[in-house]
Ligand binder design. Structure first.
Ligand SMILES: N[C@@H](CCC(=O)N[C@@H](CS)C(=O)NCC(=O)O)C(=O)O
Length: 230
């Protein structure tokens, strides 16, 4: 987190609202869905990662690892302008700012953070690598091992979610930033990667019911379209 200037490539039109630098990828959608759910005013800027926009020096100042999403909140704590990257950190920041979608009770909050870490440490990296080998480089890689490895791991993780959702409507208690963090990755497997059958996603019945429940929310429908290029 730092106190910075707006990247000159994306000048704000409404400098007093949250600036969102993103693209409608799974990590990008997490933040736009949260902004919509929380009813925060924001100005979206497309950082097109297919064209290398993420390496713009002004963007790297607010996202040192050169990845979307990032935000600048002109009205941060102590009246400071705050820049932030890493989607889960942004979700926690926005939840704390608004008091929405993350309980204040310490133990419940830590349970939510545990599942957020599960998303960041397992779902995001493994689903993303699965997409590489299933959708993008399948013709170039002669060895079966990478696709088998990532297919197996994604199915295992879907199984973890399915077990978790077998006796509850949402990943922790009520709908929260944890659901917002995970659902775009599950959607991506079914839709963008077109791997519904390959992963036998229909067999994860609890995950599918949860995914439909969340995708039907008006804020989720709006948030998924923010900074889309296709
Ligand atoms: N841990 C980061 C990951 C962000 C990430 O991987 N973003 C991807 C898009 S989903 C990106 O910017 N890729 C551009 C690149 O790798 O050059 C987060 O959760 O925000």
């Amino acid at each position: 987190m730092s106190d910075v200037s707006f990247p000159s490539r994306w000048p704000p039109e409404m400098a007093d609202v949250i600036q969102l630098y993103s693209m409608a990828t799974p990590n990008g959608q997490k933040v736009s869905i949260a902004l919509e759910e929380m009813g925060l005013e924001y100005e979206p800027h497309l950082v097109n990662i297919t064209q290398g926009d993420q390496r713009d020096p002004g963007f790297v100042r607010i996202s040192p690892n050169a990845k979307i999403p990032a935000i600048i909140d002109p009205n941060g704590p102590e009246g400071k302008r705050v820049a932030m990257s890493e989607s889960a950190a942004i979700l926690i920041y926005l939840a704390d700012k608004t008091g929405k979608l993350l309980p204040q009770n310490y133990l419940s909050r830590m349970e939510h953070i545990q599942w957020l870490m599960f998303q960041m440490g397992h779902i995001g990296p493994f689903f993303g690598q699965f997409g590489q080998f299933y959708k993008f480089v399948r013709d170039k890689v002669k060895d079966d091992y990478p696709l088998e490895r990532y297919t197996g791991e994604v199915k295992r993780l879907l199984g973890v979610l399915d077990t978790r959702l077998s006796d509850r409507k949402y990943i922790v208690d009520d709908y929260s930033i944890v659901d917002i963090a995970i659902v775009p990755w599950v959607n991506t497997c079914a839709e963008f990667y077109e791997a519904f059958d390959h992963l036998d996603m229909g067999s994860y019945t609890h995950v599918e019911a949860w995914r439909r429940r969340i995708n039907d929310r008006a804020a989720v429908i709006r948030g998924r379209k923010v900074c889309a290029i296709r």
